[in-house]
Design a protein around this ligand. Structure first.
Ligand code: S0N
Length: 274
């Protein structure tokens, strides 16, 4: 499918595309011959691109998607699944998609999954951990773990259950059925369904609506939504943002300045709120 926006490449990779346009980053799995199944290298490249997005202050929203129009992602590439994990060229078995899930969850910018076609297995979990999901009418969702000898008991189970409810999440995992875009919308698994030829435009439109909002407010909201569910790690994320805001205050700067000037800090001039 031809892109509708003038996406510019940020960095060349082997198994993903990483592009940018108007403060929106686009990370797209580029393995359409296997419905965008991921290998350890795909995941490594996505993590690298995510880290670049984190440090690039011009990137405000990240779109996660897959090339070809027939699949977002079909999960781990079963042809490289070995004894103890997915095996890359270094012959080490790993499940590094868990690292990617945590980055999507904690990166202080919204990540929008733009789903055309299959979002299956570990590919389904990837859209689940994104902040928002826009689905094309041809999208199909589901887990396959118990059918192919695996399961994701992390975000793939517990966060899924927070989204669709315990009964539905158990149904999704125990039966391994597939759900169309309307089913997904009905169960709150996706935010919006659009015709396939409107997917890119709608995703960019949602990204632009977010970009028009206060960046710090959006950042605080993302960590606030995570905090309740993510235990001490969630509190750490929210507290890190509180510290960031505190660093910006004159009161915090007085503490640092007093230390450097070898004097006692004077807290008297800073406002105290009820
Ligand atoms: C997506 C499906 C339903 C599409 O069916 P369809 O349209 O009939 O197409 P196919 O002919 O089946 O596929 C086209 C070509 O693509 C290859 N292919 C598709 N998916 C994969 C894949 N995952 N790995 C490797 N190849 C794949 C097909 O083989 C075919 O190739 P050719 O043309 O050469 O025959 C259907 O394709 C399907 O069911 N795919 C498999 C889905 C699946 O089971 N995925 C793996 C699920 N597990 C994970 O993702 C594990 C990773 C994970 O996230 C995880 C995380 C934390 C803890 C645990 C786990 C874990 O689950 O282990």
């Amino acid at each position: 499918m031809k892109a509708k926006f003038d996406w510019k490449p940020v960095k060349e990779y082997q198994e993903i595309l990483f592009q940018k346009f108007d403060s929106i980053a686009r990370i797209s799995i580029n393995r359409p011959h296997v419905h965008n199944a991921f290998t350890p290298l795909t995941v490594k490249e996505m993590i690298d691109a995510m880290n670049i997005c984190r440090d690039d202050s011009d990137v405000r929203v990240i779109i996660l998607t897959g090339e070809g129009g027939n699949a977002f992602c079909s999960g781990g590439d079963q042809s490289v699944r070995g004894h103890g994990g997915y095996v890359g060229t270094d012959t080490v078995p790993r499940l590094n998609v868990l690292d990617l899930q945590r980055i999507i969850r904690t990166i202080p910018k919204p990540v929008i999954a733009s789903v055309a076609g299959w979002a299956i297995g570990g590919g389904h979990v990837l859209h689940v951990v994104c902040d928002l999901t826009i689905a094309a009418e041809n999208a199909r969702f589901g887990q396959t773990g118990p059918k192919v000898g695996s399961f994701d008991g992390g975000f793939g189970a517990s966060y899924l259950a927070r989204i669709v409810g315990q009964k539905k999440a158990r149904e999704i995992w125990y039966l391994c059925d597939q759900y169309d875009a309307k089913d997904a919308l009905d169960m709150g698994l996706v935010n919006k369904v659009v015709p396939l030829d409107m997917l890119e435009e709608t995703t960019v439109d949602w990204a632009r609506k977010i970009i028009a909002k206060s960046p710090l407010a959006i950042r605080m909201l993302k960590s606030s939504f995570n905090a309740e569910l993510d235990g001490q790690a969630g509190i750490q994320e929210l507290a890190g943002n509180a510290t960031l805001l505190y660093y910006l205050s004159d009161e915090a700067k007085e503490g640092k300045n007093a230390f450097l000037e070898k004097r006692a800090p004077d807290w008297s001039k800073y406002p105290k709120f009820p």
